[in-house]
Design a protein around this ligand. Structure first.
Ligand code: HEM
Length: 543
């Protein structure tokens, strides 16, 4: 897999080459000056004071002062790897051409390089990888038609179905703005007023909320997309990554044992596996549904809080991804990589899913701020094909995307002076008919509880026990009116679900005292005794 550290990246696409000098290990400044004293700043006498013309020192320290870029507002903690996607050329038993003209899927055995970034969502760049949190699963395909990003999570559903609610959801899960601690009281205050989240909460508080590591988890595009064929006809699709290594999740107790010893276990597991040649693989499967509202279903096909039942919409394999190369530089590749749901190639399309449309604005907007205006010129983000645009300049502009032989005075289009030319479309656009009043309203078939109840009943006993235990532990310090609202929501999913949480809370607080409302993070110790013990140790350690 071509890495980003090619000579072109080193010397830039300007065509400038270093002067004819041997390339050795001489330490220099970024200006190319040999750095003959990297131990001492320049001072008057060896005790100081220092002088201001210390260029080599000023250049070194001021670059250091700027070593960090803002971390991702969500999904800050991550690990990544390079690999390859190999197409089957079919979708299940059918030729793939029936559904999509996207070139990367067409021929059996066709290989496309990929870069993948796995992540956790809520906490900062060095937070423990054992926390209860969805895991990100973002894949960049460097296709012959330009880049395709499939930005997914490990879980197949999401908390909310309207992009307007995303900043509130994230604020509720992030640390309290005053205490700077994650707080179950704030989380369940929001969730008890957001019944859309019940399916996701049921997954998140079960062992599925702590995958054992990145290799042993699934991935899903979550939102509904479209595939478009050569005739411009579209179908709805959902994407799923199935790990060949299998799936393993952790109970809260198992996660705590790992966290006590290693808070980087998932990054380490991925890196070590690839380094030792044990390359992880995922099969890409799709579910397909004809385009339309499907009134016969009890959910809306564009609702990302729902799973499409596999008995009606089976998983159809389309290819295999293998991760086979670790990053050469974490910052260049894993930190600066930028994925977005708007990054699609011909044959792949958006659906009308309004969450997906909200996401699509958000990703490139944040990346222009987080990485910079010219983030697409960085080797990890640049397509592995020639790029020719009339976009120019901006902070950190690295080179000009011109075509060979073009008139370099022409940075606009149309032109008769040998500028870039708009190509003809090779296939008809997908042109769905859209009409309706402009409104702000939730969808009709919200059906918030049915699939959450089914999930509760589908869990194995140990998963259900862990779910109840984790919910009770997190809800126990939460104010009673919020507990009651949550019990009501769990009961609507399944009577047994509500009863077990209610009884768990009663047992945890037999005297029925009103909780103080002082919350606990969702990865807190799993028994009350353990919490008490930990709090005693923490207090006794204070001066
Ligand atoms: C990262 C916004 C929902 C998966 C991000 C980032 C933003 C964002 C701003 C940081 C990107 C960066 O700095 O490069 C949103 C909004 C959402 C939403 C506004 C809802 C309206 C979702 C959903 C999923 C998801 C439903 C799962 C399918 C991810 C992943 C990343 C991410 C995997 C990390 C990508 C990486 O590794 O660089 N999101 N998100 N997000 N989001 Fe979302």
């Amino acid at each position: 897999t071509p890495g980003p550290d090619s000579k072109a990246a080193e010397f830039g696409a300007t065509g400038l080459q270093p002067q004819d000098q041997p390339i050795d290990q001489t330490l220099t400044t970024r200006q190319g000056h040999p750095l003959t004293n990297n131990q001492n700043i320049r001072t008057v006498g060896n005790r100081g004071p220092a002088t201001l013309e210390n260029y080599a020192f000023l250049e070194k320290i001021s670059h250091f002062d700027r070593e960090r870029i803002p971390e991702r507002v969500v999904h800050a903690r991550g690990a990544g790897a390079h690999g390859v996607f190999e197409a089957y050329g079919t979708v299940g038993d059918e030729p793939i051409t029936k559904y999509t003209r996207a070139k990367l899927f067409q021929q059996k055995g066709k290989q496309t390089p990929v870069f993948v970034r796995f992540s956790s969502v809520i906490h900062g760049g060095h937070s423990p990888e054992t926390l209860r949190d969805p895991r990100g699963f973002a894949v960049k395909f460097y296709t012959e038609d330009g880049n395709w990003d499939l930005v997914g999570n490990n879980l197949k559903v999401f908390f909310i179905r309207d992009a307007m609610k995303f900043p509130d959801l994230v604020h509720a899960f992030k640390p309290d703005p005053i205490t700077n601690r994650q707080d179950g009281q704030r989380i369940f205050d929001f969730i008890s007023n957001t019944p859309d989240a019940m399916h996701m909460i049921t997954f998140l508080f079960s062992p599925w909320g702590i995958p054992a590591n990145y290799r042993l988890m699934q991935g899903s595009g979550v939102n509904t997309y479209k595939w478009v064929n050569q005739a411009g006809e579209g179908v709805l699709v959902k994407y799923h990554w199935e790990p060949v290594q299998g799936i393993k999740n952790l109970t809260q107790e198992e996660a705590e044992q790992i966290q006590a010893k290693n808070f980087n276990h998932a990054t380490q597991d991925l890196f070590d596996a690839i380094e030792s040649g044990n390359f992880p693989k995922w099969e890409l499967c799709v579910q397909i549904m004809s385009d339309g509202e499907h009134p016969e279903l009890d959910f809306d096909p564009l609702d990302d809080t729902k799973i499409w039942p596999t008995d009606q919409f089976p998983f159809l394999p389309v290819g295999m991804m293998t991760l086979n190369k670790n990053p050469e530089n974490y910052f260049h590749e894993v930190e600066q990589v930028a994925f977005g749901t708007g990054v699609l190639v011909d044959g792949l399309e958006f659906s009308d899913d309004k969450m997906l449309q909200g996401r699509t604005f958000s990703y490139s907007d944040t990346q222009r701020y987080r990485v910079g205006t010219n983030y697409l010129q960085l080797p990890i983000n640049a397509p592995r094909k020639h790029v020719a645009t009339n976009q120019r300049d901006g902070q950190m502009a690295y080179h000009v995307d011109t075509a060979p032989g073009q008139n370099k005075h022409v940075n606009y289009e149309p032109s008769s002076l040998n500028g870039l030319k708009q190509p003809a479309a090779t296939a008809p656009d997908h042109m769905p008919q859209v009409s309706g009043r402009l409104i702000r309203q939730p969808i009709d078939r919200t059906n918030n509880f049915k699939q959450a109840g089914e999930r509760y009943r589908l869990f194995e006993d140990w998963e259900r026990d862990d779910l109840i235990n984790n919910l009770v532990n997190t809800l126990q310090p939460v104010e009673k009116h919020i507990q009651d609202k949550m019990i009501e929501l769990f009961t609507q999913c399944d009577e047994d679900y509500g009863r077990r949480v209610r009884e768990g809370l009663q047992n945890a607080n037999p005297n029925g005292q009103e909780a103080l409302g002082q919350g606990r993070p969702i990865g807190a110790a799993h028994t009350n005794e353990a919490v008490k013990e930990a709090e005693e140790i923490a207090h006794s350690a204070q001066p």
